[in-house]
Design a protein around this ligand. Structure first.
Ligand code: ADP
Ligand code: MG
Ligand code: ZN
Length: 595
């Protein structure tokens, strides 16, 4: 049977090998053993039910609480030549009954449904008359009341299943399940311990980075400039921030859309579509964005503000790199954001006990920003990952190339200068004074008479600014939130001024150049344009045509024939039939042009 599974993997999906965890799960399903798969986002859970669904006789029913994902999934299967459909509330009653009728006749190998479907007795009796291959619970953690996303309607499916005389093998799939949730799912879906496959939470293609003490806008600008065509999400905490970032990036000529609760449903939908279809490259959004989308080629996720806890952060950041290609997860840290999160907790209507718990979770999020250990490891430890991990070798802590410098003296000068300026100026002015600037404003305020004036004249003003931001990030200085951000001292400042504490800062030598992939950018761009055109023609998202990973491999391998092209990851028979010749042509053209 597993041999057939390999054949189907190649033939329909164009992949040559299984990912970690896929094989045992598929094996259990083929042996008709109910099974549970716990694999990270992007781990490839869909294939775990799709392959048995193709091999077993009958129609597979996939239950998913994310209605917005169904169409994508179904489009994707159909594009592989696999007859599939979905039934949910977005369809008219007539359409629903027509599709259900076709399901009964065995026209489809896959039918995706929302949990609510099972409330309908009509649906149940239709299913009873259908030959079923398997039933899969996607996002299975939603059936457990211990999970962070419990849906009562999902749980009640379990009771309804008993009414089916023809219950086939059942699979559950999820990316997040604590021990408690796992046990609960096992109990509800009758899954034995031996049939639980847990691959851990590690996402090896994600490159976690923390950026401290840099002006956030400067960072974003520099970052986007080096990858203008890649898709990315910037998460911000407030509507105001989102509107501002969106306006600023548009002005900078970035193709950007925004998404937050203040927009109409129509506006949100349109923004989401533009992003999915690669019409815009950057999405600025609240963390509500991304729940129901499966875009596989998100190359980076930037957090403009501190998330409230590690769980949310890992989920949001994890929306990058579902296709397994290397992607960045960048957190722009500033100490001020901690105050905002504390404020949100304080203002909330939670019980005191729950508040304390939230404060502790927030503290662990803050610790993540200050740790000098591997960032991947920090999170996997937090999640009690069942596997041991080595340092990832690519996060900003594993990679820091800068030298650690003692900046205690510089800090003392800056702090005492802030004090002498009566804590009534922002970082720009403070930097000018310690630098010894002769600007009119400094002269007017007579700050050139201060004893701290010019004490850091050997440094660049820009470097002084960075130090000030770093001191703010570390909590040695605070920023007063008024019309102008004014610097003031904190409790922590005193220890520095008194010489009781030292300050270390990692000074980066030069900003590390973006690691260019070894592909011809022009060619990649051509293929990307072709993909976009085909996607528009077929009314499907671009990544359903081919993933970024496949396009890159095409650029590198430059296949000339059908059989060569079939060797490329992500190209199966059906895909070749649909798009193969066009891509081969595009690759041929390129060879003439650049050779
Ligand atoms: P999940 O549901 O676990 O988050 P998906 O099922 O959406 O992940 O798969 C994520 C990506 O991984 C998809 O683009 C899929 O085509 C790809 N993928 C899945 N299995 C394999 C495999 N064996 N080899 C290569 N790519 C795979
Ligand atoms: Mg999935
Ligand atoms: Zn690391």
């Amino acid at each position: 049977m597993m041999k057939n599974a390999h054949r189907v993997l190649e033939q329909y999906f164009g992949f040559s090998s299984f990912r970690f965890g896929q094989e045992p799960l598929i094996g259990h399903a083929l042996d008709k053993k109910n099974a549970l798969g716990i694999m990270p986002t992007g781990g490839g859970k869909s294939l775990c039910y799709q392959i048995p669904g193709l091999l077993l006789d009958g129609t597979a029913v996939i239950i998913s609480p994310l209605i917005s994902l169904m169409k994508d999934q179904v489009d994707s299967l159909n594009s592989h030549g696999i007859a599939s459909t979905y039934i949910n509330s977005s369809l008219s009653y007539e359409e629903q009954s027509q599709r259900m009728f076709d399901v009964q006749r065995g026209r489809y190998q896959f039918v995706y449904v929302a949990p609510e479907r099972f409330d309908s007795e009509g649906f149940i009796s239709s299913l009873r008359r259908t030959k079923l291959s398997l039933i899969a619970f996607d996002e299975a953690h939603c059936i457990s009341q211990w999970g962070h996303d419990f849906r009562p309607s999902y749980r009640s499916v379990v009771g309804q299943l008993q009414k089916l005389g023809n219950l086939p093998v059942v699979m559950g799939l999820t990316a997040t399940a604590t021990e408690e949730v796992t046990k609960d799912i096992q109990h509800l879906l009758s899954i034995e311990d031996d049939h639980v496959v847990n691959t851990g939470f590690s996402r090896d293609n994600l490159n976690f980075q923390i950026v401290k003490g840099k002006e956030k806008h400067d960072f974003i600008q520099d970052y986007i400039k080096t990858r203008p065509k890649e898709s990315g999400i910037i998460y911000a905490a407030t509507r105001k921030d989102i509107d501002r970032l969106h306006q600023w990036l548009s002005r900078e000529g970035v193709k950007v859309a925004k998404y937050h609760a203040g927009l109409s449903e129509q506006e949100r939908k349109s923004a989401q579509n533009q992003f999915i279809k690669d019409e815009v490259t950057v999405m600025v959004a609240t963390n509500a964005f991304g729940m129901g989308i499966d875009k596989s080629n998100v190359r980076y996720v930037i957090h403009y503000a501190l998330p409230m806890n590690i769980e949310s952060y890992y989920q949001e950041a994890g929306r990058a790199g579902r296709d397994g290609e290397r992607s960045d997860c960048i957190l722009l840290f500033s100490a001020r954001d901690i105050q905002l999160q504390k404020f949100l907790i304080e203002q909330s209507l939670m019980e005191e006990e729950k508040k304390t718990e939230e404060y502790q979770k927030l503290q662990q999020m803050v610790n993540y920003c200050h740790t000098d250990k591997c960032l991947q490891e920090y999170m996997l430890t937090y999640f009690k990952d069942p596997f041991r991990h080595e340092p990832c070798g690519m996060c900003s802590n594993c990679l820091h190339t800068g030298e650690i410098k003692d900046i205690t003296r510089e800090s003392q000068i800056i702090l005492s200068c802030v004090k002498r300026m009566n804590e009534r100026y922002g970082s720009g002015m403070v930097a000018k004074v310690v630098k010894g600037s002769k600007s009119q404003k400094v002269m007017e305020t007579r700050f050139h008479k201060l004893s701290t004036y010019g004490l850091l004249s050997d440094l660049k003003e820009k470097d002084i600014m960075q130090m000030i931001q770093f001191l703010v990030a570390e909590g040695y200085l605070a920023v007063e939130d008024g019309k102008f951000p004014l610097l003031r001292l904190t409790q922590e400042s005193l220890a520095i001024l008194k010489g009781e504490e030292t300050v270390q800062m990692i000074i980066e030598n030069a900003s590390k150049a973006h690691q260019e992939l070894d592909v011809n950018e022009d060619l990649f761009e051509n293929l990307r344009m072709l993909r976009k055109r085909l996607a528009e023609e077929h009314k499907i998202p671009p990544y359903v045509v081919f993933s970024d990973a496949t396009l890159k491999e095409l650029c590198q391998a430059k296949p000339k024939t059908k059989s060569e092209m079939l060797q490329v990851k992500g190209v199966g028979e059906k895909k070749f039939e649909q798009y193969g010749v066009l891509f081969l042509e595009a690759l041929q053209e390129e060879t003439h042009q650049y050779s």
